[in-house]
Design a binder for this molecule. Sequence first.
Ligand code: FAD
Ligand code: UDP
Length: 363
Amino acid sequence: MKLDVLVVGAGFAGCVVAERLASSGKSVLVIDRREHIAGNAFDKQDAAGVLVHQYGPHIFHTNAPHIVEYLSRFTDWRPYEHRVLSSTDGKLYPMPINRTTINSLYGLSLDEAGIAAFLKSVREKRDRIENSEDLVLSSIGRDLCDRFFRNYTRKQWGLELSQLSATVAGRIPVRTNDDDRYFTDTFQKMPAEGYTSMFQNMLNHPNITLELGTSFQQVASRMQAAEIYYSGQIDEFYNFRFGLLPYRSLRFEHEHLPGTKYFQQVGTVNYPNDHDFTRITEFKHLTGQKHAGTSIVREYPQSQGDPYYPIPTPENQARYEQYKQLAAADKHVHFIGRLAEYRYYNMDQVVAAALNLMKNSLR
Ligand code: FAD
Ligand code: UDP
């Protein structure tokens, strides 16, 4: 089969690239080994009719107007600001840690300057921030670290904070004010009809053909594409030549609760110290859907299974660099997205990287 472009993976990376190339006049075949589009952002109605995210909660947030402008061609939006509470010792506290978290945890009534002074008094000095433990201890000290970060991280990654790059815990800010939003980006909204509907609109182009339930490895020999855009695992593409790149996986336990209007106060509750799951998300908060019942998901981290998270350690980064060097020599294959670039990307960062790549190659 002859075509201009083969795109492997129908997630954010693959679909942005496919849409851009198709709009520039190229014939594009998109394949995905799963039976659906949208990658890990896939959402669908469960048996009770509640819109759920099959692969865990996905909240869209960005500071980049060009990404919003681009995606808005394929979807309307509903306003949504995500809020997270963390459950420790049977009580719920705002996460990220803010003024309310500290005052209610320690029975204080500090103002913003008081919180800043409190943090200064508990933080541990580090000359160099080499990992996530250094970062957390040097910003909030040991007690808050142990209550909110240490065990959550152990559960989520199967690793200690000290083994993970500082960028992991660095995703979570610390606040001296009462802002209890999980993200502070200027744009925080959810696709009005869901992510899958947005992806359908992206792929709805006469130059795009879609084949689901098809892996690259199945079709590689019969496809003659001038160019390949690959958003699968880079180590798998190269037959694990330099060894496996580890990915952290999750088991998602979905549950519908008939007759329960709301299960919890906010979109997500984190459980750093109890249970085998890390967090529970209730989708109706995210989507605004009205329904007599509610649907939730619990996330159980595990080492085996679908690859959800690249694991940011120095060793893994070094192994990825070997694959990256190999990839640089493959001029007709472009590696894009969270798995192919082995980066802990958010959705907007994947869109930004894909649009950037397109800007350069469609010049
Ligand atoms: P993916 O969505 O993983 O898509 C890759 C696709 O390629 C998959 O569908 C896969 O089946 C297919 N594929 C792989 N290999 C092959 C092959 N060999 N042949 C054929 N097909 C193949 N980001 C946010 O911005 N906000 C959030 O709230 C958020 N929450 C998240 C929660 C969880 C639990 C997880 C795991 C991620 C979350 N993310 C979030 C990150 C977000 O999911 C990713 O940034 C985004 O989905 C990455 O897009 P992608 O196209 O690179 O990869
Ligand atoms: N984290 C934590 N406690 C929390 C929330 C986050 O220890 O209550 C740490 C943990 O290591 C986690 C990382 O911060 O993996 C990033 O959290 P985020 O919520 O961004 O993770 P994601 O939504 O990508 O799973």
